[in-house]
Design a protein around this ligand. Structure first.
Ligand SMILES: Nc1ncnc2c1ncn2[C@@H]1O[C@H](COP(=O)(O)OP(=O)(O)OP(=O)(O)O)[C@@H](O)[C@H]1O
Length: 988
């Protein structure tokens, strides 16, 4: 008797909608929901429910994920929930690996040779290239490959007539058809199946022999929005017996249309299975509200999309950042500096494992990799140049393929001259042609040559022949003989690792790498060693889980058994295209660099999306803007707590072209923060809460900071147009005082259009509140040096450079303050007694905005010590013209004036930008307030007040009308003359 519904432990971690989805007793269930709403979590729980509660045998359950990595993670989670190893029996994997298992077991029924190999994308392309060349047709092999793949993926092939039977065709179509036919014939002769064939042939198998899946009780599909036509067929065929299907998906995350994914499959399913129980999940558990809102603003630009509700369960959190940098390398350096900053400020609660850099295309990784490398930060690449595609690894794999399948002409053609045996392209081409015309394999042709059989047509000079015989034919024959012996009962053990080692020795592979890659042979050899380790791990895993790959025994159906290690290893390599080495990152924390496509379904606490400009995203070669927008949406919604977008001013193509901010982001640029948030205690606590982690004590965090660590994102200028120099990443020995100061900001918006004039928009560096001003002390600000001490140190150390310093100081002052504005420093000197107050740093009303603990300290001084240079202290407010409020442009559509902050005089420490949550949930984050004065900090009023235009007046006026704040109006200049008082006014 199963336990009562509410008591099943798997339901405890679910919300109501998820619980309903997990325990639904409808035959078909469709869960459509936004990112981070727990679709995968729900699907995993449903698998557990169906096995544990409903009572299906694990081997009768098929679960298809989109990637091998996702399958691995899901198996692990199910294993934990079931707890008794039953997960191993579930038919769980991506579509290709599930199809391969069925073909390996039952493929003979449809004429597939059980020893089939898998042609990966590279193999397919080179076969097609050769066919095009031989036929002298002017077709791009990559395009032909994609056309063939699309054709197969549509799922038509299994039902439609063979090609070449259409009534009329253009010559181009004819060429394509003929290439297609020849390509298929070639695969057949080499006993290869490409990725699409795995699916197509499996459809064929299950159509003709439904008994192969007669045991299947239920089928569950993750990332359903990216299934293609043939995968849809396959899903239906797996479920043909009982028609029980559960799918989870999100149309907004459909990003594989270019690989024939069909978003219509969602509607197709609802049509084909009318009783489907549709369930939507509306709570987002992954991200801060601020991240979610901005992501939704991006995707909602697509007016045609299917609308879904998505509500955050977490607080607002720091505003996502949109940063402009001068160049791609500065952008990469900034990313590195931000990674370091967030990890240091979290007291290592966050590690490199928590950071992902998501790229629209792998080719963008160069600068990021260089910057990480320079800083000694280890990283893993996902979705870029694959480990198995590296030259040295591919060569070894090709050797193994030829050992297993001597008739694999393509693999043999690639290694016949590796290491160099003097075999040129002409000879290789001739050998391939001879093999094709004589219906022999290249291996057979070569063997004939080496045996001195002169029937072979290709002319191979004697020395070359000897080199081929000694370096290729004999070593591989030796290995095969050993394999055969080992396969016999009582034969000596000849393991996979041993085989690879023997092969490498016979090829003298390390020397080959040294000779051909003198500058990088060590790294390449390290890859080879890594490959041997991988092979060892594979053999070990295989022993531990020898039954996992087996399909259940079905009555009356004989299953072929795969007991050889080598073919299983090769299949595993071919199908593991999305899994990288070092993927686990268990030992050493690694930053992840991934393409956005490969990041699907994953999440990280900190996400960077560089190169957010037109041409990169949307990509210049994409003709589907909506899919590009969805890609950006997928990337943004991977972030749990911190999201950074960035864009360099100029492209890296060397012609100095200016980048235009991505059109998906441009309309929203004011909603982003212009630089990274301050990581003070409340922010970090909020992050810890979202991630379910414990933040180390404040003392421990600050103790671990390097002495001159810069806790703010101010190494790089916020306005790259103004930057004179860009410091290298990892330049940590800067305090906020000696960091390069941006010139007085010229006014520009994110699209690079500049405003001019005094009334244009000012991007302030700081906002400050005077609340708790007495607590802004050095002791509460680790890593900071007071201005006085700093000045004294500089004076002592650089007496000789005094003149130069004065000039610099004057320049600095000029940068900070316009000529019509007087210094607040004289005011401070005459009205305050410097002191050190150890009370804690202030916090803002929402806890997240408190940045004061990280802001520059109040000037403090000891009697007798000169805290403020006389040149600064003698400054007086000007008489005459009153300062008036700065100009402010009309509020943007996304801006809520209610939440606006009011700048006011203050010399207190400053509070950087963050989202200002208003009393209303729907308040949008604020744009930067208008600013004229540069040397005065602005004070935030906790109740919203408006900045009003003061065009040309160049000053500040009193903050708000009388009555509203309940105070007698005071002329601004009078206020300046009054004793120094905290200025923050809290309105009810
Ligand atoms: N009921 C819940 N309570 C708490 N956390 C949850 C709940 N459901 C899901 N989560 C968490 O939310 C995060 C996102 O879940 P999951 O990856 O399943 O979402 P998803 O909808 O598949 O996302 P995406 O579509 O973006 O891949 C995970 O960290 C998961 O553990």
């Amino acid at each position: 008797m199963p336990p009562p519904l509410a008591n099943h432990p798997i339901l405890n971690s679910l919300n109501d909608a998820q619980r309903r989805a997990v325990s639904s007793d409808a035959a078909t269930v469709a869960i459509l929901a936004g990112p981070g709403s727990g679709k995968t979590h729900t699907l995993t729980s449903r698998v557990v429910w169906l096995i544990d509660q409903v009572g299906y045998r694990p081997e009768d359950v098929v679960v298809a994920t989109f990637t091998v990595k996702a399958a691995r993670e899901m198996k692990e989670r199910i294993g934990k929930a079931l707890g008794d190893g039953r997960e191993k029996k579930i038919v769980l994997g991506n579509f290709h690996s599930i199809a391969r298992r069925y073909l390996a077991a039952y493929g003979r029924k449809i004429g597939i040779n059980q020893k089939f190999g898998i042609a990966d994308d590279g193999d397919s392309r080179s076969i097609i290239a050769r066919i095009c060349k031989r036929r002298e047709v002017n077709l791009d092999p990559v395009a032909v490959r994609s056309w063939i793949s699309k054709k197969k993926a549509k799922g038509d092939e299994v039902v439609t007539k063979p090609l070449g039977q259409k009534a009329t065709k253009t010559s181009g179509e004819k060429d394509l058809d003929e290439c297609y036919e020849e390509y298929q014939a070639h695969l057949k002769k080499s006993n290869l199946l490409d990725f699409d064939d795995l699916l197509v042939r499996c459809v064929e198998l299950l159509r003709e022999f439904p008994s192969c899946v007669s045991n299947i009780q239920t089928v569950l599909i993750d990332e359903y929005q990216d299934t293609n036509g043939v995968q849809y067929e396959l899903m239906k065929l797996f479920a043909q017996q009982h028609k029980r299907i559960t799918i989870v998906g999100d149309p907004d995350q459909s990003i594989y249309k270019w690989r024939s994914a069909e978003i219509q499959n969602l509607w197709r399913m609802l049509k084909d299975f009318p009783g489907t129980d549709e369930i939507s999940l509306e709570q987002n558990y992954r991200s801060f509200d601020a991240i979610l809102r901005l992501s939704l603003l991006v995707i909602q630009q697509d007016k045609k999309r299917y609308q879904k509700a998505l509500k955050p369960v977490h607080g607002r959190g720091p505003r996502p950042v949109l940063r402009r940098l001068k160049s791609a390398s500065a952008e990469a350096d900034w990313i590195v500096s931000e990674i370091r900053r967030v990890i240091m400020m979290s007291g290592s609660m966050l590690t490199f494992n928590d950071v992902a850099i998501l790229l629209r295309s792998a080719s963008l990784s160069r600068h990021v990799e260089t910057a990480l490398g320079k800083s000694g930060i280890a990283y893993r690449m996902v979705g870029g140049k694959k480990f198995y595609e590296r030259l040295e690894i591919k060569a070894i794999l090709d050797y193994l393929r030829v050992i297993y399948q001597p008739e694999n002409n393509d693999a043999l053609a690639r290694i016949i001259n590796v290491p160099k045996r003097g075999v040129g392209d002409v000879t290789i081409k001739s050998l391939l042609e001879e093999a094709e015309s004589s219906s022999l394999s290249v291996w057979a042709v070569l063997t004939k040559h080496c045996r001195g059989d002169r029937i072979a047509k290709t002319k191979i000079p004697k020395p070359m022949e000897q080199r081929i015989a000694a370096g290729l034919i004999r070593p591989l024959d030796n290995i095969r003989r050993k394999m055969d012996k080992a396969a016999k009962p009582g034969g000596a053990v000849f393991g996979l690792v041993e085989m690879i080692e023997q092969l490498l020795a016979a090829l003298n592979f390390q020397k080959y790498l040294k000779d051909t890659h003198p500058n990088e042979h060590e790294g390449r050899w390290a890859n080879v060693e890594e490959f041997i380790t991988l092979a060892g791990d594979f053999v070990r895993d295989l022993k531990e889980s020898s039954d996992e790959e087996l399909l259940p025994e079905l009555e009356g159906l004989e299953q072929a058994k795969e007991d050889e290690v080598l073919p299983r290893f090769l299949a595993n390599v071919s199908l593991a295209s999305d899994v990288q080495t070092g993927d686990d990152g268990e030992n050493k924390p690694l930053v992840t660099i991934s393409t956005i496509h490969a990041a699907k379904g994953l999440e990280w606490p900190v996400v960077f999306i560089p190169a957010v400009y037109n041409g990169s995203i949307p990509h210049m070669r994409s003709d589907d803007n909506d899919e590009e927008r969805r890609l950006l949406y997928v990337a943004m919604t991977r972030a749990q707590s911190l999201l950074y977008l960035s864009c360099s001013l100029f492209s890296t193509n060397g012609n100095g072209e200016r980048n235009q901010l991505s059109s998906f982001v441009e309309p929203l640029h004011r909603v982003f923060a212009p630089k990274g948030p301050c990581f003070d205690r409340p922010v970090m606590l909020e992050i810890a809460k979202v991630l379910g982690r414990t933040l180390p004590p404040e003392n421990a965090v600050f103790k671990a900071l390097p002495s001159m660590f810069n806790p703010e994102d101010n190494i790089f200028p916020v306005d790259p147009e103004e930057s004179q120099e860009v410091p290298a990443a990892g330049t940590e020995a800067r305090t906020s005082d000696d960091a390069p100061r941006a010139k007085r900001p010229r006014l520009s918006n994110m699209s690079g259009q500049k405003n001019s004039g005094e009334d244009a928009q000012w991007h302030r560096d700081y906002t400050t509140t005077m609340e708790g001003a007495s607590s802004f002390t050095v002791s509460s600000l680790p890593g900071f040096v007071s201005a006085g001490m700093h000045q004294a140190a500089i004076t002592a150390a650089n007496a000789a450079a005094e003149t130069r310093q004065k000039a610099e100081q004057e320049k600095r002052l000029a940068n900070r303050r316009p000529p019509d504005q007087k210094s607040i420093l004289s005011f401070v000197k005459s009205t305050t007694k410097p002191s050190i107050d150890p009370s804690p740093a202030p916090t803002s009303h929402n806890g997240l905005l408190t940045q004061a603990s990280l802001a520059p300290p109040q000037v403090t001084a000891n009697p007798g010590q000169q805290a403020i240079p006389p040149s600064l202290a003698t400054h007086k407010p000007a008489k005459g013209t009153l300062l008036s409020r700065p100009a402010r442009p009309a509020p943007a559509p996304d801006e809520n004036p209610k939440g606006a902050a009011y700048p006011c005089f203050s010399s207190s420490p400053v509070k950087p930008d963050a989202i200002q949550p208003g009393p209303d949930e729907d308040d949008e984050p604020l744009p930067e307030p208008t600013r004229v004065a540069a040397c005065l900090h602005s004070t935030t009023f906790t109740r919203p007040t408006l900045l009003t235009a003061g065009r040309g007046s160049g000053g500040l006026t009193r903050p708000s009308p009388v009555g509203k704040v309940g105070r007698t109006p005071i002329a601004p200049i009078d206020r300046l003359r009054k004793p120094f008082k905290p200025l923050t006014i809290k309105r009810p």
